[in-house]
Design a protein around this ligand. Structure first.
Ligand code: NAD
Length: 254
């Protein structure tokens, strides 16, 4: 079960955290993995680890917010069966404390970046006849989270894009779903704690862990396992859905 043998998969942001875990697992299950990353060195490091484990992968340095670069990179890759829109950035702020520059940056990476990859990738996925798209949303798409105005906006857009794409390309055999993790322990989390809560790192880490009723953060490998299922043929009946992976965050936090 859950074999990706013979499949070609693009994973954005595969140089770190959740995208890296998805890249490693998809390669282990037999996919040829193409990592599209702003940080080309990090992507190359993932490729080295995949190859050391006997898998196949290629790294491409590319900013997903740049449509020309995305179209060129997808052109180099050619045929694909799976697209995982995972690259994303965090931001802390409320509506009146988010600068126009920060708002635009979050929009360009998290929203336009996903659109650019859909724009460039859907023609290739149509040719596959059984294409799969998986978008990385967040619980912030459906739950009000303090101080996450721009980030929540961007993940709400991912949630809506998933439905739109699932509907529009159903006749082409393309399935499209999203995963909404609560807090997952990755460099993304460590980075924003360091940037926004200097001097209170341990306290904030503890608080963020306890915000999941199960009392801990998720692991990138746990997101990768769900991603594998949703992108496998075993999930052939699943499209147009979002899957929370949240330690009880959405329904048990009372
Ligand atoms: N970690 C969490 O708690 C959490 C929770 C919910 C959703 N998510 C989402 O999961 C996804 C991955 O998060 P993570 O925690 O693994 O983050 P991460 O920071 O560890 O990894 C993200 C990767 O994306 C790359 N990236 C950033 N901007 C890019 C761009 N413009 N073009 C190409 N690549 C770019 C980064 O270089 C990095 O390697 C994001 O979309 C994030 O919003 C994370």
């Amino acid at each position: 079960m859950f074999s990706l043998k013979g499949k070609s998969a693009i994973i954005t942001g595969g140089g770190s955290g959740i995208g890296k875990a998805i890249s490693m697992l998809f390669a282990k299950q037999g996919a040829k993995v193409h990592i599209i990353e702003l940080n080309a060195d990090a992507a190359q490091q993932t490729v080295t680890e995949i190859e050391a484990a006997g898998g196949a992968a290629v790294a491409y340095g590319c900013d997903v917010s740049n449509q020309e670069a995305v179209v060129n990179t997808f052109g180099q890759i050619g045929e694909i069966d799976i697209l995982v829109n995972n690259a994303g950035i965090a931001h802390i702020g409320k509506a009146d404390t988010t600068s126009e520059e920060d708002f635009t940056k979050v929009f360009n990476v998290n929203v336009k970046g996903a659109y650019n990859c859909l724009y460039a990738g859907i023609p290739a996925l149509k040719k596959s006849g059984s294409g799969v798209i998986l978008n990385m949303a967040s619980i912030a798409a459906v739950v009000g989270i303090t101080d996450r105005f721009a980030y929540s906006m961007s993940k709400g857009a991912i949630f809506a894009m998933t439905l739109s794409v699932a509907r529009d390309y159903m006749a082409d055999g393309i399935r499209c779903n999203s995963i909404s993790p609560a807090r997952v322990h990755t460099p993304f989390v460590d980075g924003f704690i360091a940037k926004n809560y200097a001097g209170q790192e341990a306290e904030v880490f503890e608080k963020l862990s306890k915000s999941q009723p199960v009392g801990r953060m998720g692991k990138p490998e746990e997101v990768a396992s769900l991603a594998l299922y949703l992108c496998s043929e075993e999930a052939g009946f699943i499209t147009g859905n979002d899957y929370p992976l949240d330690g009880g965050f959405i329904k048990l936090n009372n």
